[in-house]
Design a protein around this ligand. Structure first.
Ligand SMILES: [Zn+2]
Length: 468
């Protein structure tokens, strides 16, 4: 029965699709749907609205039957609301604490080298700033995280490539030194097995991923070196095209993967490194999926059907990802979750920051600091209307509807722009689980979303490598 109600809730189009049923059966479905609709439980306004709907849709019934329905409409949600909500929270908490949880994409390494930042202390407080540290990971019940070794795209020259590589090495060093500073709390993870052991020892796991294949330059052998250094995925590109492939936010240059990109993808398969298609153009995505012998991931992307942004995956791409056995890790960067309302004052203030300072990634340390101060001031002066946890879970619902429960996970993009109302930093991760529980997801399904699917892909990718 629960399963049936769950399905009904997930399929509001069911009524339209059941014209062959007799009117009373369709009516019954309709009523059940109204009674269990999540909005019913949320506000009084919604409740009243739904009662109105119920009355207008049942006008042909005799008055006493409509009165009975009305009573049911009030009693059922209320009885499952007040004490139910508490129970729901307890259940969500239990599931969240027990589940092995991992976030596949945060840009926290950007903070590690900043003056005064201590990963072992609770930072934040100011709503615009850092989103991930040890105390807040503990509060949010997050067991592991993939730190992005992120290199912004600059000149594709020998000098540019050399600089990107040395920066990548510096970032990897900063991650390792952070982990060694907290030996009782942190450990580097390189496989699902290692992750489970780290969690058993009550430590937090730090995986390494690389956002943008730019540091590879034109040297495919570096894939091997990065793998040996612990990197477990490479996001093929970032916001601009590189020598590997076209970006989703740049104009077509290679029409997908370049010839060098094809070699990179093949080598990543060989060594057992995950191919990350977030940020890649649609053509690059299809090329990578077609070429890869192993499942691929989108480490931080959403569903384009719900938010029309080139960074998100269309339903067709989701289906291809399913065929490939891969996983899309739901990003919680507000603009990818929900198209923002126009905010011209904020837009022009942000533009002014670029005009004043230039490209952030080309600035020296002092320049970067000044850029960020002005950037954060825009958030204070012209706050952004953020998407909510419910919007995030709408994407998860959609992905599950299109490709099933085995191909979705979480990759917040915290410290890289991620954060929504209700899950603004890592300490609030439990709210995603609460919303999933509220919508009827089972413990097993939630465990798949929180790590099961990504760890399955990582295992398969490592198994497909030629060394295994
Ligand atoms: Zn990104």
């Amino acid at each position: 029965m629960t399963r049936y109600l769950f399905l009904l809730k997930r399929n509001p189009r069911l009524l339209k699709r059941s014209p062959f049923l007799p009117t009373h059966a369709r009516l019954l479905q309709n009523i059940r749907m109204l009674l269990i609709n999540k909005h019913f439980l949320l506000t009084r306004a919604c409740l009243l609205q739904n009662i109105r709907k119920l009355l207008t849709r049942t006008y042909f019934l005799p008055t006493h039957a409509r009165m009975l329905l009305l009573l049911m409409a009030i009693i059922v949600p209320l009885s499952s609301c007040t004490p139910g909500e508490e129970k729901l929270k307890e259940k969500a908490d239990r599931i969240h604490q027990k589940a092995l949880t991992v976030d596949s994409h945060v840009d926290t390494p950007l903070w590690l080298t900043r003056e005064g930042f201590r990963f072992g202390e609770r930072n934040g407080g100011d709503r615009s700033r850092s989103k991930v540290d040890i105390p807040r990971m503990r509060e949010g019940g997050l067991d592991g995280v993939l730190f992005a070794v992120f290199i912004g795209q600059e000149e594709r020259t020998e000098e540019g490539n050399r600089k990107a590589l040395s920066e990548a090495n510096e970032i990897m060093d900063s991650i390792r030194s952070t982990v060694s500073r907290y030996p009782d709390q942190l450990d580097i993870a390189v496989s699902p097995g290692a992750f489970r052991n780290i969690e058993k020892n009550d430590k937090l796991a730090i995986f390494l991923g690389m956002e943008n294949g730019y540091p590879l330059g034109r040297e495919v052998a570096l894939v091997d070196s990065f793998y040996d250094a612990g990197i477990r995925y490479i996001t093929l590109c970032h916001s601009y095209n590189n020598d590997i492939c076209d970006s989703s936010t740049d104009s077509a240059e290679h029409d997908g993967l370049s010839a060098f990109g094809e070699v990179v993808v093949a080598r990543m398969n060989d060594v057992g490194m995950m191919i990350d298609v977030s940020h890649a153009s649609d053509a690059s995505f299809y090329d990578a999926i077609q070429l890869s012998r192993a499942p691929v991931i989108a480490s931080h992307s959403c569903a384009r059907a719900l938010c029309d942004n080139p960074r998100n995956l269309t339903d067709d791409m989701l289906l291809k990802l399913k065929e490939n056995g891969g996983v899309i890790q739901m990003c919680i960067l507000s603009a990818y979750v929900k198209t923002p309302d126009p905010n011209p004052l904020r837009d022009s203030a942000r533009k002014a920051v670029y005009e004043k300072h230039g490209n952030y990634f080309e600035l020296d340390d002092l320049g970067k600091e000044a850029f960020l101060n002005d950037w954060y001031k825009v958030d204070v002066d012209f706050p952004q209307q953020l998407a909510t946890v419910a919007d995030v879970v709408d994407h998860i619902d959609h992905i599950v509807e299109v490709v099933g429960i085995d191909h979705v996970g979480i990759g917040t993009d915290f410290d890289g722009g991620g954060g929504v109302e209700g899950c603004f930093d890592v300490s609030e991760m439990g709210n995603i689980t609460l919303e999933l529980v509220r919508r009827g997801y089972s413990k097993k399904e939630i465990e798949k979303i929180w790590s099961g699917n990504l760890m399955r892909v990582m295992e398969e990718v490592q198994k497909t490598s030629i060394s295994s």
